[in-house]
Write a protein of this length. Structure first.
Length: 244
């Protein structure tokens, strides 16, 4: 019963942003040239990717507490890598409740949109969720590594993870060009759903970026994962135990 109630609460909380989005579209027909079903496609893909990453990598959130309390030291003496231990530390099936509204929204958007589906578009659609999940997990690890330097940096990390989820729910056309470019080339949030969705939805990039970027998420996910692994290893090597 506890699992059911907590999972339901997670589902309802995750639906609040969707409700806000629906209210917004009662006042406008399009947002930066995107109709409601198109925006819900963006919402569904990024929310589903984030929810999956939250199930997998949410243990990173409590890393600062483990470092501060000294419990991270225990992970160092076990015959298992520290990163898998941290990821599994706070695993709970209650977070699966977040998957329900995201999946339902994405399915509705796909059924509503007049997309001429091809094998390539279907592959890009599935790849959007899979690569987005990997990118989010890599961002969790990268931002979580800050805890080895500043143990009270959780909110700073959340700006990238939870903040990234929020900004990718909307068409990037609503943002100023400098911000959109920063979220493409500095913090690669655009490759989570925006760039691949442009191809699936048949939209041109409003900032004039090349079309091949729509197919870049697998490469971005691979490179970001490699960077996250390197940063994690360097951070663990720098660790000198609590109180030092």
């Amino acid at each position: 019963m506890s699992l059911l109630l907590t999972g339901t609460a997670q589902m309802l909380v995750a639906s609040l942003d969707l409700a806000a989005l629906l209210v917004m579209y009662t006042q406008v027909k399009t947002l930066a040239g995107f109709t409601l079903p198109q925006t819900l496609y963006l919402y569904g893909t990024t929310r589903l990717a984030f929810a999956l990453s939250d199930v997998i990598a949410s243990g990173i959130e409590t890393l600062s507490d483990s470092i501060r309390l000294g419990t991270f030291d225990v992970m160092l003496i076990r015959p298992v890598g520290t990163l898998p231990q941290v990821l599994a530390d706070q695993f709970t099936p209650k977070r699966i409740g977040k998957l329900i509204p995201a999946t339902a929204t994405l399915v509705w958007a796909i059924e509503t949109l007049p997309i001429a589906w091809t094998p390539l578009k279907a592959a890009v659609c599935v790849g959007t969720v899979l690569c987005g999940t990997v990118i989010y997990c890599a961002l969790w690890v990268l931002t979580g590594s800050i805890s080895f330097v500043a143990t009270d940096a959780r909110e700073t990390a959340n700006v990238i993870t939870y903040g990234g989820e929020l900004v990718t729910e909307y068409p990037f056309g609503i943002y100023q060009r400098p911000l959109a470019l920063m979220m493409t080339f500095a913090i690669p949030l655009a490759f989570i759903t925006w760039q691949p969705s442009l191809y699936v939805l048949g939209h041109r990039d409003p900032f004039g970026l090349p079309a091949f970027l729509s197919f870049a998420p697998p490469a971005v996910a691979l490179l970001l994962s490699a960077l996250a692994a390197l940063v994690w290893r360097a951070a663990v090597r720098r660790y000198r135990s609590t109180g030092s």
